[in-house]
Design a protein around this ligand. Structure first.
Ligand code: HDE
Length: 714
């Protein structure tokens, strides 16, 4: 597809299904909702030209009434989201483990709709909040819809769904002031977290750069819970789901994230949209970790505990297929807003486990749609309806769309017994016949009580740069907490994870020495449970460090779709500019001319349009910056504080910086004197070299070896 062309050529069975609902007014008359042609939609019907509106103005009333009701409640969590269509294809049949139809035939493309989201911020909040990202996929399979409703982190804050409302109340803005927006950095959240030691593993992920992704296209995804695959013979295998992005996982810096929030709060949404429009289709491989049922108790942790991962060193991730997102929605509300995910939307071959978090979700997602989408018929909304045949005896209710004929009860003889119940051999869903027995009790399994070992595993697995970012993040989050006792409690808990981490955070908070509780606290259990019974335990993990947990140890280098700013002033040397522009675009990078003003740029050989000016953009919106030569241009940029700031900020955020004839401008920056000529290249400053060298540098994402980057005042 040509760059920039709107991609509505890609199609599949689900998109064809949606096509039936599409309306386009091009070339048509304006009408009321009942089809009456309207001859004036700009003036009300009034008694005289300055008189009152007449009650009979049905055209005005209808228009205004519809407008008044345009909003539906936003999701109580994950309100801010971005969606896209695509397809999934399995690499080889997974028959040995599951009978799920969409995982059998490598030639079959299953349509999908994916919605990415932040959790805490409201619908209009910034994309770059430090937060978990939702990663929800609806597979429109021929056996019904399957929803994999995951996150970009493989564990969760709590072990039991009962605590979800408390967690969400605590992390959302404070109840009186409704601040802060889209942020956990306030007292109620850290009060909760400091009393909930089972959160510790998740808190490691949330303070890592995973919580501030560079792009939705560059995040991993996880099903979090352990699920079950069921094969034709009824044999079950435990399964953990992973999405592995082909571009790798990349984050931004926290300073950058906060600035992006102001400069372009839609940064992730636009990045996803533009990548798809430009034909840079985002791709993820679906990975599975498979554990035979017999091995359920072979691990240092409980497979039912959603605060634990299975380290990839213990059970490798088998990549079983690929998902490609290749089409943007036509209408945000109809598709991205109205899509309704539910972990209980499963197909034969996929089943649940007794993870108490998952079990609670199986109620919540169905229930929440009633208030959000207005009633029990939400599965009839075009984006939600299956492509598989759908017949049942459910009837009526708000906004029923189907006009059902025939009987509506079972068993019946009048309708010939239809619709029929399907036997298992005919594709009927039969729950896995797991044997269960026990007393009715409200308690937590003792196998869930090791809260810290995997937090330590995560921390140990990070590079020094990543560890520093975690310490910085705790420093920020707890620094925003007003109540000192909450800070102290949290730092106390961090001592259970790693002494260096706790010391680092304590230093940021001006706390010395680190308070060390005699025993780890576990205030999350009822007081009458007998503390000795629920004392957190420490289980020695067989794996001390896992490379898969570090983003930097798994860096994927690429240039296609990366954004590069070319800093230009009037009089820029056109051959220098064209040379780098052409080289970058040939490799698929997105190149923008950034100049002190908008409109036309005068070049040494003519003129060209400027994409962005210093007023409309900022270095934080780019992956790299390049300064083409030209005496007049460099002279003008040297006198412009914005140009120098642009470069200093790009340096501070460890991005590749290149120039061909622009050394004069670079000499004006704060970072110039901090680097020796020999250091330049290895630290990502590419001066007067072949464009291919700059391209390699951009592909590396960041130069974390700029240890003096912090000292740059940008
Ligand atoms: Fe959700 N979650 N959640 N969640 N969740 C919702 O459902 C809930 C959890 C996730 O793009 C809600 O339709 C409970 C884990 C995503 O539309 C709600 C618990 C994971 C999305 C809900 C959890 C998720 C949601 C709000 C603890 C990762 C956005 C609107 C027991 C595996 C889906 C809605 C979209 C949305 C409940 C925990 C992922 C209220 C009760 C763990 C990606 O039903």
């Amino acid at each position: 597809m040509d760059k920039g062309e709107r991609n509505d050529k890609e199609t599949n069975k689900k998109l064809d299904d949606l096509e039936k609902e599409k309306k386009d007014g091009t070339g048509e008359f304006l009408t009321t909702s009942t089809g009456v042609k309207v001859n004036d939609t700009q003036n009300q019907l009034t008694a005289g030209d300055r008189g009152p509106t007449l009650m009979e103005d049905f055209i005005f009333r209808e228009k205004m009434q519809h407008f008044d009701h345009e909003r539906i409640p936003e999701r109580v969590v994950h309100p801010r989201g971005s969606g896209a269509h695509g397809y999934f294809q399995v690499y080889e049949s997974m028959k040995e483990y599951t009978k799920a139809g969409f995982l059998q035939d490598p030639s079959k493309k299953t349509p999908v709709f994916v919605r990415f989201s932040t959790v805490v911020g409201f619908r209009g909040s910034t994309d770059l909040a430090r937060d978990v990202r939702g990663f929800a996929t609806k597979f429109y399979t021929e056996e019904g819809n399957y929803d994999l409703v995951g996150n970009n982190m493989p564990v969760f804050f709590i072990q039991d769904a009962m605590k979800f409302p408390d967690l969400v109340h605590a992390i959302k803005p404070e109840p009186d002031s409704q601040t802060p927006q889209a942020s956990a950095a306030h007292d109620t959240f850290w009060d909760f977290a400091s009393l909930m030691p089972e959160s510790m593993h998740m808190l490691m992920w949330v303070t890592s750069d995973r919580a501030i992704p560079r792009s939705l296209r560059m995040m991993e995804g996880f099903g979090v819970h352990t699920f079950r695959f069921i094969n034709e013979e009824g044999k079950a295998t435990f399964v953990k789901f992973h999405w592995k992005p082909l571009l790798g996982a990349h984050g931004v810096l926290w300073d950058e994230a906060q600035k992006i929030g102001g400069k372009n709060p839609d940064f992730h949404r636009m990045d996803l949209w533009n990548a798809i429009e430009d034909g840079n289709y985002p791709e993820w491989e679906l990975g599975v970790q498979l554990v035979p049922e017999e091995d359920e108790h072979k691990f240092d942790f409980d497979l039912l505990d959603p605060t634990k991962i299975i380290p990839e060193e213990l059970v490798p991730v088998k990549r079983i297929g690929k998902m490609t997102l290749n089409r943007n929605p036509d209408n945000f509300f109809a598709e991205t807003e109205q899509v309704a995910f539910h972990p209980g939307h499963v197909v034969p071959g996929i089943d649940f486990t007794n993870d108490p978090l998952l079990q609670g979700r199986l109620f919540s997602y169905l229930d929440t749609q009633l208030i959000r989408l207005g009633g029990p018929n939400f599965n009839e909304i075009p984006i939600n309806r299956p492509i598989a045949p759908m017949h049942n005896n459910q009837r009526d209710g708000f906004m029923r769309q189907q006009i059902n004929k025939g009987t509506h009860y079972h068993p019946n003889s009048i309708g010939g017994g239809c619709p029929f119940q399907a036997k298992m051999s005919e594709g009927g869903f039969v729950h896995h016949a797991e044997k269960v027995e026990g007393n009715k009790i409200r308690t937590r399994s003792k196998s869930f009580l090791d809260f810290f070992s995997q937090a330590t595993l995560f921390y140990n697995s990070q590079t020094d740069v990543e560890k520093k970012h975690i310490i910085d993040a705790f420093g920020f989050e707890l620094g925003k907490v007003k109540r000192i006792e909450i800070r102290e409690r949290m730092v106390g808990l961090l001592t259970q994870v790693d002494q260096g981490l706790a010391r680092g955070v304590a230093k940021k908070l001006g706390m010395d020495p680190v308070p060390q509780p005699e025993k780890p606290m576990n205030k999350g259990v009822p007081a009458d449970a007998g503390p000795e019974e629920f004392e957190p335990i420490h289980v020695e993990q067989s794996i001390k460090s896992s490379n898969a947990l570090s983003m930097l140890k798994n860096l994927v280098e690429f240039i296609a779709s990366r954004k590069v700013a070319l800093l230009c002033g009037d009089g820029v040397d056109s051959s220098s500019l064209d040379n780098i522009k052409k080289a970058l675009e040939e490799k698929g990078a997105t190149v923008k001319i950034v100049a002190p003003h908008s409109g036309k740029l005068r070049t040494s050989s003519g003129e060209m349009m400027i994409d962005e000016s210093f007023i409309t953009t900022s270095s934080v919106l780019f992956d790299a910056v390049f300064v083409p030569g030209g005496e007049e241009s460099i002279k003008a940029l040297k006198e412009d504080g914005e140009a120098i700031h642009f470069l200093d900020e790009a340096f501070k955020h460890c991005k590749a910086i290149g120039s061909d004839g622009g050394k004069g401008l670079l000499e004006e920056t704060h970072f110039w004197k901090k680097l020796t000529a020999n250091e330049m290249m290895e630290k990502g400053i590419v001066l007067d070299k072949d464009p291919s060298e700059f391209i390699t540098a951009v592909g590396k994402h960041r130069f974390w070896n700029r240890e003096r980057a912090d000292s740059i005042p940008a």
